[in-house]
Design a protein around this ligand. Structure first.
Ligand SMILES: [Zn+2]
Length: 588
């Protein structure tokens, strides 16, 4: 984030959030703030608000909020450094040249750019092999047989790694030392003899690019029956397989425009779908999706249609990916392609045999993930009680992940009907599972803001704004531990620390350090209609909290007394009880 004294902070101070947001959203002045239609969700009446005073925005509809950088990052789907650049440019602030890095950093950067260059050269080499050698031409014929014409081969940069075992090595050797060659993953070292040889031999090669379109790895398919059928680059300084989605660099525009992604397993599938003119396709290039890949995808869209292979491995991968996508709040549908003849169909085979229009039609009809899962459960043996139990156990974890209670309930009815399970029985199983899983569910962002009592809301607002006394107020709250145990405890803790420093509040930064639902609540409170705070009001809020604290303590003491009526500390407890009751009576 914008560290003190950094360029990002300077830009933020000079930039006006209303002006920057105003370039994307038509804003109208409403009181101290501005409002307009939210660019992040569909709406007819404005619930999107910008505060020029606090330099933050918040949407009461979808809960998005933050400072000018958060806005630009969400809007432009970019990372923080890019957002700083965008804002600086919009405000006419000159961007300083990158400052010198440490020697190690410089060395690592240098190594990375050499490796990228080596991959570029390797790509040219593989392409030439496919076009210009007898072996390569045979591979080309094989590709054409699979329906890939010259345009497709050129378009996706498909090449060929010859069978010799050291052709690429000999090509690269004059320019790069052995260590770099091995670090690139393109060349391997024989463990016993220490000899170097090509990693990819007698294989069709597919360049794998990172998000910005630079080739950072290769995938390679065996031409004959060599095992493994698919072989990829290993992890290298420029490539980590869980960070890259195949075809992402070319899919970005379409993902943004169409606001959904088709997720397939391998590069052949992605190429087949993309060639059919459906560009919003990416491949996980492994059996299932990894968390960084989901985050990368989430920057462009939160809607996914999973179209993995229909074999057992593909099904398992689909289900693992489903779990992860649901956890990250994606809207997920599943496309399971029907077999062609007696062959199970992957997207590649299906489009070749049935054509693009048929694929598009099925894509449109792809059912929500729960329907897919019910269909899977119905394939299990449902004639016995054990079978039904197994089917139910298979479904429950997914149903649990549906964030909306109403939807969850609808699905419960549906599952009961489809699996012929007694509905009340199913519901009680769901409730029980929900209770047992509470600790896991708690970490999911809630759709609704949590409740906070008016007194808490008022104090939070004062800690954020009351320039005259927020430091003093923070001291009192902290000394008396008044916010401990409240639902809003974490918000208070963050604001108290910020207020004690005596610096003006950076609302977006306080918010960024909070959990999602606390952040939403804080922003909601900051945008509420409110009068100018006074010290008298602050004091009466503090009294109200003291009162509540005493009530809580009294309840605790009472519980201890009832639990151990004969305990030696009973006398002390009774005295404490009297004291608390006097305090409460005095306050009344
Ligand atoms: Zn919104």
């Amino acid at each position: 984030m914008a560290e003190a004294g950094s360029f990002a902070e300077k830009v933020k101070q000079q930039a006006d959030i209303v002006r920057v947001v105003g370039e994307y959203v038509r804003l109208k002045k409403t009181g101290k703030d501005f409002s307009g239609l939210c660019p992040f969700h569909q709406e007819k009446t404005p619930s999107f608000t910008v505060s020029p005073i606090k330099q933050i925005f918040y949407c009461f509809g979808c809960g998005k909020g933050g400072d000018v950088y958060n806005f630009v990052m969400d809007m432009e789907k970019c990372e923080f450094p890019e957002a700083v650049k965008v804002v600086a440019e919009k405000c006419g602030i000159a961007i300083p040249r990158q400052k010198e890095r440490s020697p190690e950093e410089r060395k690592e950067n240098q190594q990375r750019s050499v490796l990228v260059e080596m991959h570029r050269e390797t790509q040219t080499f593989f392409v030439k092999q496919l076009e210009g050698t007898p072996e390569g031409k045979a591979a080309g014929a094989y590709l054409e047989d699979r329906g890939l014409d010259k345009d497709a081969i050129a378009g996706f940069g498909i090449g060929y790694a010859p069978s010799g075992g050291d052709a690429l090595l000999r090509h690269l050797k004059p320019k790069y030392n052995d260590k770099l060659l091995v670090d690139s993953g393109l060349v391997s070292r024989d463990q016993s003899a220490g000899r170097l040889f090509d990693r990819f031999r007698r294989r069709i090669t597919f360049p794998i690019s990172n998000e910005s379109g630079k080739i950072v790895a290769f995938g390679a398919r065996a031409l004959g029956d060599d095992m493994p059928k698919y072989l990829n680059s290993p992890e290298t300084p420029i490539y980590s397989k869980s960070n890259v989605l195949y075809h992402m660099d070319r899919a970005k525009e379409a993902l943004r425009r169409q606001d959904f992604a088709i997720l397939v397993e391998g590069y052949m599938d992605a190429i087949a779908v993309a060639r059919a003119g459906i560009s919003n396709v990416v491949a996980s290039c492994g059996t299932s999706l990894a968390e960084p890949q989901i985050k990368l995808l989430g920057r462009f869209t939160r809607r996914v249609i999973v179209n993995y292979d229909p074999d057992t491995a593909g099904q398992a991968a689909t289900e693992r990916s489903l779990s992860l996508l649901l956890e990250h709040d994606f809207e997920v549908r599943v496309l399971a392609l029907p077999p062609i003849g007696n062959k199970k169909a992957d997207p590649d085979l299906f489009i070749r045999e049935r054509g693009k229009d048929e694929y598009l039609k099925l894509l449109k009809e792809a059912p929500p993930y729960v329907d897919y899962l019910i269909a899977r459960a119905r394939q299990m043996d449902l004639t016995t009680a054990e079978g039904k139990q197994r089917a139910l156990n298979f479904l429950l974890p997914y149903i649990q992940k549906i964030p909306s209670g109403i939807l969850r309930s609808e699905w419960a009815t549906r599952v009961a009907q489809q699996l012929r399970i007694d509905e009340p029985l199913l519901r009680s199983a769901l409730t029980k599972a929900a209770k047992e899983r509470r600790s896991e569910i708690k970490t999911q962002p809630e759709l609704l803001g949590r409740a906070a009592k008016p007194v808490e809301r008022r104090l939070i607002r004062m800690l954020a704004e009351a320039q005259g006394f927020r430091q003093e107020l923070a001291k009192q709250l902290q000394n008396a531990r008044l916010y401990h145990g409240l639902e809003t405890e974490k918000i208070f803790a963050a604001l108290v620390i910020a207020s004690l420093s005596g610096q003006p509040l950076q609302a977006a930064e306080v918010g960024a350090a909070l959990e999602e639902r606390d952040r939403r609540l804080l922003f909601e409170i900051l945008f509420e209609e409110a009068n100018e705070p006074t010290w008298e009001e602050a004091m009466s809020c503090i009294e109200a909290l003291q009162h509540r604290q005493a009530e809580r303590e009294l309840a605790d003491v009472q519980r201890s007394i009832e639990a151990n009526p004969a305990a030696p500390e009973l006398r002390g407890l009774l005295e404490k009880k009297q004291q608390l009751m006097r305090r409460l009576a005095a306050a009344r």
